[in-house]
Design a protein around this ligand. Structure first.
Ligand SMILES: [Zn+2]
Length: 99
């Protein structure tokens, strides 16, 4: 599998996991976010549901970039994400140096 396809697969799998947790929350079940590779800190006052929805939107945006063949760049320094970082977490909004 190419690196791009592997990244796409990882994003889709993670979207599935996030969607499952959102469904559980909406069903009134207790959900742990500890098992998810959440890239962002919770914002002040943000509920777990809101945090998951924000993550799902981020994953969707990442998938769009992958589908369009656009580079994955750090939102802070603008440099392309190093391959190892993009392979591990294609939706990362910052490179490891800026994180
Ligand atoms: Zn950076």
């Amino acid at each position: 599998m190419s690196a791009a396809r592997a990244r796409r697969r990882l994003v889709l799998d993670t979207m599935g996991a996030v969607s499952g947790k959102i469904e559980q929350l909406l069903a009134g079940q207790d959900v742990t976010l500890a098992t998810l590779p959440l890239p962002q800190e919770a914002e002040p006052g943000e509920t777990p549901l809101e945090r998951l929805q924000r993550f799902r939107a981020l994953l969707g945006a990442c998938l769009g970039r992958l589908d369009r063949g656009e580079p994955l760049a750090c939102g802070a320094c603008g440099a392309p994400l190093p391959d190892a970082e993009a392979d591990a977490m294609p939706w990362a909004t910052r490179c490891r140096r800026c994180a």
